[in-house]
Design a protein around this ligand. Structure first.
Ligand SMILES: [Fe+2]
Ligand SMILES: [Fe+2]
Length: 190
């Protein structure tokens, strides 16, 4: 899978100008992915083939949350309790429609595409960040998130025709590129 819009490295240079805000947003994003995995289990308890993997990803995202929280503390900050609406996820969810089955497939594909975008951007942050500890964290995280991209698509293909999944993935990638290229740059992942 390949993103249809490439984030320029200048995005990262600008994003890290306010590293504290970036970390707050990132901590929140990690926590949300962990929650999303748990909520998929709660909503679709009969899809037993993927429960183990959803739990595993949830655990990994929660660990990322812990690590980002540690970086927030390392910079002398605390969680600010501000939960910003994520215009990126809101935009992606706007194309979700249909019955429960279609919704299930879309959620998994959107999760995968969002992981791909996150991974792309973490790599850029790792490249431009001057604080070695934070740079190392993001360069490693970029690789860890890469594994999740395939996991979500594989889960979708357990329940749906792989051709349908690939077709829908392309539609969602196009929408994702439109959304990402039109959003103003912030000190946030999206
Ligand atoms: Fe993560
Ligand atoms: Fe992830």
């Amino acid at each position: 899978m390949k993103l249809l819009y490439e984030t320029p490295v200048e995005w990262a240079t600008q994003a890290i100008k306010d590293m504290d805000s970036f970390l707050q947003d990132h901590a929140d994003a990690e926590r949300k992915v962990a929650n999303m995995c748990l909520s998929l289990i709660a909503k679709y308890p009969n899809r037993v083939e993927i429960i183990d993997e959803l739990i595993q990803i949830s655990v990994e995202e929660l660990l990322h949350f812990k690590q980002v929280y540690e970086l927030i503390r390392y910079r002398g900050q605390e969680l600010n309790g501000v939960f910003q609406k994520d215009p990126y996820i809101k935009g992606l969810m706007s194309i979700v429609s249909g019955d429960s089955d279609q919704l299930f497939m879309d959620r998994l594909i959107i999760a995968s595409v969002a992981e791909l975008r996150g991974s792309e951007r973490f790599k850029l942050i790792g490249e431009v960040c001057e604080d070695k500890k934070i740079a190392r964290f993001y360069s490693n995280l970029h690789l860890q998130e890469l594994a999740h991209i395939d996991s979500f698509i594989k889960m979708a293909k357990v329940y749906f025709d792989p051709k349908d999944v690939d077709h829908r993935t392309n539609e969602i990638l196009q929408k994702e590129a439109e959304i990402t290229s039109s959003l103003p740059w912030r000190s946030a992942i999206h």
